[in-house]
Design a protein around this ligand. Structure first.
Ligand code: HEM
Length: 432
């Protein structure tokens, strides 16, 4: 589909075949991004990972992320921190049990995701353990997501960019600057600790990046690691929280699926132990629930926008140079030619199936595919499974009195990420 949005030619690919042409066959042409004006307002935008051209510097940055940050060994070595954070989430929800009050699952999942990411990057919490809603860091991440997703005239008429007619650029800049200040403080403290004790290494992502900064001839320096860190927070926290909330909404709508997922957890883990990341391999039904959630509710429904570096022919159509190209992963996951009963939530369809979200199967691309597939996938998979499994394993969930499973509103709120328009509220119950 071609749309003329302002002066920008925009192409939307909505079938697995066109997605494959764009993300695989012509991946060189579509290796760069079309960058929203709001995103390019941040300090050192050339240091980001998600928004830079697919050049040598991007390749280097991605290589370090893949080999030194998102590899299994590193993620394993930091998993105790994530277990602790999810333990705090469960303890917090337990307090609600005593009062019989409903909780807002999306809000809690967002605060927890931020702390899971911040512990993986910095080994510290950035949101307080009481999940206080007036948290500065949480608000900043939220404001950036909102501003970056706002329809902006500057993106439809690039000639108007210098005027910033809606003030989006000015508004978002203050949030970016404040995030950089917070990172400056954390980096400064870490540098002091490293200088006073050469052996003191936590082995988290910040240590990896600071080690890179110290290497001779390295691309990394203390300025350009900040946009990269910022990218990880923005790309990693909302997406993981949204996925967890959609999964819970689907399970609450289908009590027999919830029951089956819970039974599997109790059977494999028992009732006394808490869930660990390493348990997930033994939980095929839970994995199927997460896969089915990502099929129906991909957190980034249009992936991130690509830009055609040159004119190219895709499936018999000419895509002009500089077009903005979206791949509609949402529509692809509901394509009737590939999915039986595509609108129903049926985790069973993934049991015994080799279909996977790692970018090989173009009818299922919630993390994208090709050279720009989600870098954080290995962490995302761990976080979402751990949060969801712990929520289901620790509590029996009930809907507020007067709400039937079928009444749960599944309306989507469209933005860069696809949220639930109406948050899910449910009452946690502990069985004695
Ligand atoms: C369920 C959770 C998540 C989902 C559904 C998701 C999905 C996606 C999608 C669809 C893209 C765009 C791929 C493309 O354009 O082809 C992307 C890119 C990206 N994601 Fe994720 N993501 C998730 C979690 C994470 C996490 C936890 C992190 C890191 C902490 C992360 C970091 C990134 C980065 C850095 C990019 C840009 C990659 C590049 O342009 O080279 N994501 N993600």
């Amino acid at each position: 589909m071609t749309l003329r949005l302002g002066s920008v030619t925009t192409i939307v690919a909505s079938s697995p075949e066109t997605a494959k042409e764009i993300l695989h066959k012509h991946d060189q042409t579509f290796s760069g991004r079309s960058v929203p004006d709001a995103v390019s307002a941040q300090p050192n935008p050339e240091g980001t990972l998600a928004w830079t051209p697919g050049d040598q510097r991007w390749r280097n940055r991605r290589r370090i992320c893949n080999t030194q940050m998102f590899n299994n060994q590193r993620l394993d070595s930091l998993q105790h921190l994530r277990h602790e954070k999810v333990g705090q989430l469960i303890a917090h929800i337990r307090k609600h049990c005593e009062l019989g009050r409903p909780v807002d699952i999306g809000q809690l999942a967002f605060a927890t995701s931020l702390n899971l990411v911040s512990n993986t990057i910095f080994s510290i919490d950035l949101v307080d353990q009481d999940f206080n809603s007036a948290q500065e860091f949480k608000d900043l991440v939220w404001r950036i997501m909102e501003d970056a997703g706002k329809p902006n005239l500057s993106d439809y008429f690039p000639i108007l960019r210098p005027f910033d007619l809606q003030g989006v650029r000015r508004h978002i800049l203050s949030s970016y600057r404040r995030m950089h200040e917070i990172f400056d403080d954390i980096i400064g403290t870490r540098l002091k600790a490293r200088a006073s004790d050469k052996m003191s290494r936590t082995g988290d992502f910040l240590d990896v990046l600071l080690d890179q900064c110290e290497e001779e001839g390295s691309d990394f320096n203390l300025q350009n690691i900040k946009p990269l860190i910022l990218d990880l927070f923005i790309a990693g926290s909302d997406t993981s929280a949204i996925t967890t909330e959609w999964a819970m909404a689907e399970l609450l709508r289908k009590p027999h699926v919830m029951h089956k997922a819970r039974n599997e957890l109790v059977e494999i883990i028992g009732t006394r132990q808490s869930v660990k990341e390493s348990d997930v391999d033994r939980l095929p039904y839970l994995q199927a629930v997460v896969k089915e959630t990502l099929r129906l509710h991909p957190a980034a429904p249009l992936l991130l926008p690509y830009k055609a570096q040159n004119e190219v022919e895709v499936c018999g159509f000419t895509i002009p140079k500089d077009s903005k190209v979206f791949v509609n992963g949402w529509a692809i996951g509901r394509d009737e030619r590939y999915w039986e009963d595509p609108f129903s939530f049926l985790p069973e369809r993934f049991l015994g199936s080799k279909l996977d979200f790692r970018g090989q199967d173009f009818e299922y691309i919630p993390f994208g595919a090709g050279r720009r597939i989600c870098t954080g996938l290995p962490l995302a998979v761990r976080m979402v499974h751990l949060m969801l499994a712990s929520l289901i394993h620790s509590f029996n969930w009930k809907l507020p009195i007067g709400t039937n499973p079928h009444d749960i509103d599944m309306t989507e709120q469209f933005g860069v990420t696809l949220k639930k328009a109406i948050p899910v509220h449910a009452i946690p119950v502990v069985e004695e």
